[in-house]
Design a protein around this ligand. Sequence first.
Ligand code: ZN
Length: 374
Amino acid sequence: MSIVGDQEIYAYAMEVISNITDDVVSAKYSDPGANLSVRWSEADEFNASAPLPPVVEHPPGHVIVINYALAKQLYRDAENFVKFTEDPRTIEFVNKFPKEYRYHLLLPVEFSRESCIKNIFLASLTWIYFHELAHLNQEHGVVRADGTHLDEPSYADEREDKKKDLTLREALLWHTTELAADAEGTVRCISELHRHFAQGKGGDKFQAEPDLIAASYLLICGLSCVLYRFNGGTLKPAYDYPRGTHPNAIFRLEQIIKKICQALVFIGETHQYEISNREILKLTKQAADLGAYFTYFYLSDRSSDLSELVVRGLYERPEYKRYMQKIISTWDEIAPALKVNTRYPVQAGFLYFSDKYRDYNFGNPPNNEGNKVS
Ligand SMILES: [Zn+2]
């Protein structure tokens, strides 16, 4: 087994990001003077960011900053994750769960061991990139400036900034725009993976479906770890009011998994995929749980309960009801202007809260459960 060196990781990361950026620039930044560029930073922390202008700029000069340290850690985490899936203790642990919750093998058979590592890395890095791009595309700097009467650029800094002392209003806007960037970034990421695998291995188009499903599975495996690291290596409790710069990692994951399922179902229906919606749900849950176990056993200090990290579905998270009441109200307030300012709306990329989910959070569920919420 060859050992991949840091320089190789940086070269691979830069090539992938440069190719995607070239495509985005030629498709979406074609106005004279408009540009999107990526800056690689030597800052030694797991972070990516984007300066967000407080007004809509014409033409835009957008910049995404990615730290080399982030790329390196993503790759090492992917290597360790694959090792984790091969560990007999992991296999024994997973085998204790009921069969109906298990999809198939812990790693997809579509890719070799080395390709699994590369695809976890590739998918996670691409997701982070599109999350940053979504902050810029939806002009979140304008939302944050309008809502707080600031006239300076804000910074979409992905690592939880524990020193930043945000007011409640700022925290509301920060958390809501983070969830909005997750939504658009996830849809763009799945669509990019779909494009990447569309031709199928060796030109075999029948391979496109299993390859996309396998790559999406590996993306979810990697995301739990990514979001946990962005939270600064701790699990934030479920507060009633937004606190700090970012939402809780596991709650973000719940929202993202739902988006991934919807995107895969949409692609599947459009391209007549064979996989059923039920299978999509099963594989996304297995991938998310596996990522959560890895995060718990390898990264966390195990101070929180493992059950906290397991994906349950948005309707099994009553501890976030009060929090989501504020987020939904903030989204309803900022969405009209944000949608006008969005440069290139992505289909299904905006945050969306169904009537059923609103009822669940605001206390009108059909079964009366949760009516305690005021
Ligand atoms: Zn962000």
